[in-house]
Design a protein around this ligand. Structure first.
Ligand SMILES: Cc1ncc(COP(=O)(O)O)c(C=O)c1O
Length: 384
């Protein structure tokens, strides 16, 4: 048994060519002089951290970003040597681990830095300063405190500031008032800083797509690297086509005839009004195909087929148009023949955003990586 095998016919298919194309398109759009930081936190939004990282790095990204130190260490363990920025806060007590693994931390407090310097026995901490210009999450809000931090850092040889950044709260909204306010504030915060050799970045995908001229010298590319639009409203003004990389597939594990009056699944909420063919799918809410998706569609032989009854932990049922063979492929997200269920359709059913959909498809679902229409890797996190 190894990570390249799996024994249940349910899998996520990741199109690495799509990821690469999305990175190349962004790179072209923002200009060669602007660095691309590939955001691969949360297992690369469910796509697989090291596989996405490698695809992004091979197509023009020069740095990776993750949410916390464990995610960065996981990439290092998988052999990724590129620079990695941790976007969230880290414990001062863990600074030596970060330094030992050449991981850049986000910093936003002088007290934290002093504590970290006490902890650090050898090496130099590389950091990017976070400025909070209106997201209300992490970062310096006052210039005075920022200057105090920088001047302390300059006197401390165990720390090297390598960048400064902020994060927009509304870059994906067509109304740009709040975005402009944050942009102005960031400019004020960085004015006069010794930032000539630093990475200066404020933009996520939405900013990169809409305001390539407002990026300073790097863009943090997340959702659009995966081929998804940062918001519904932005779809009409995308500067290039995004290629969705994520598909979710399974196979009919049983097909059976049910009769008028028979019911399906927990609670017996679906009752057949006539004889019907029902297919059982080996995927359920423990895979992230959550109960709220009852009544949504899947694709079989290129046609839409509804899920019926409640979704169980590991299985759910669909109403087939006719008798079909067990083993027939089913697409829950993605393209099949001439039909498609995009991630956004599932997001809209769940009254959420596309980001959440790919993140919640659990790691117990194996990932199959495709390049040039061929499988290049299979990863089953349950087996090692
Ligand atoms: C600080 C930071 N930068 C960049 C990103 C990437 O944003 P997006 O996925 O919208 O490109 C995120 C994602 O949440 C983030 O938290």
């Amino acid at each position: 048994m190894n990570q390249g095998s799996f024994y249940r016919d349910t899998w996520v298919e990741i199109n690495l060519d799509a990821i690469k194309q999305n990175v190349r398109n962004m790179k072209k759009h923002v200009g060669e002089q602007t660095k691309v930081i590939a955001v691969v936190k949360a297992n690369a939004y469910g796509h697989g951290d090291s596989e996405t990282a490698e695809a992004a790095l091979s197509s023009g990204a020069s740095m990776l970003a993750v949410a916390f130190l464990d995610e960065a260490l996981s990439l290092r363990e998988k052999g990724i040597t590129a620079p990695i920025l941790v976007l969230g806060g880290s414990r001062a007590a863990d600074v030596q681990t970060a330094v030992d693994h050449h991981i850049t931390l986000t910093v936003f407090s002088l007290d934290w830095l002093k504590e970290a310097m006490n902890e650090l026995e050898k090496g130099t901490l590389f950091c990017h300063i976070k400025v909070d210009t209106g997201m209300g999450r992490l970062g310096f809000t006052e210039k005075e405190k920022l200057m105090e931090f920088i001047s302390y850092s300059n006197s401390e040889e165990k720390v090297a500031i390598k960048g400064i950044y902020t994060h927009f709260a509304t870059a994906d909204e067509l109304e740009t008032g709040y975005f402009e306010k944050q942009f102005k504030r960031f400019n004020e915060m960085i004015e006069g800083l010794p930032s000539e050799d630093w990475m200066v970045h404020c933009g996520n995908s939405a900013t990169g797509l809409r305001f390539p001229e407002k990026l300073f010298n790097a863009v943090r590319l997340g959702i659009s690297m995966y081929g998804l639009s940062p918001s519904e409203e932005m779809k009409k003004e995308l500067p290039y086509k995004l290629e969705e990389a994520f598909s979710l597939r399974t196979k009919l594990v049983q097909v059976k005839k049910i009769h008028k009056g028979d019911s399906v699944s927990y609670g017996a909420t679906f009752k057949a009004e006539k004889d019907e063919w029902v297919g059982t799918l080996p995927i359920g809410y423990a895979d992230g195909w959550i109960r709220k998706l009852k009544n949504s569609d899947v694709l079989i032989e290129g046609k839409r087929v509804p899920i019926i009854g409640r979704i169980c932990m590991d299985q759910c049922m669909v109403l087939l148009p006719e008798e079909m063979s067990s083993g027939t492929e089913v697409t829950l997200i993605g393209k099949q023949e001439n039909s498609e269920i995009p991630v956004d359709e599932v997001a809209s059913r769940l009254e959420t955003i596309n980001y959440e959909v790919t993140c919640i498809i659990g790691t117990r679902v194996p990932r199959i990586y495709m390049e040039n229409g061929r499988i290049v890797k299979v990863k089953n996190s349950l087996l090692s």
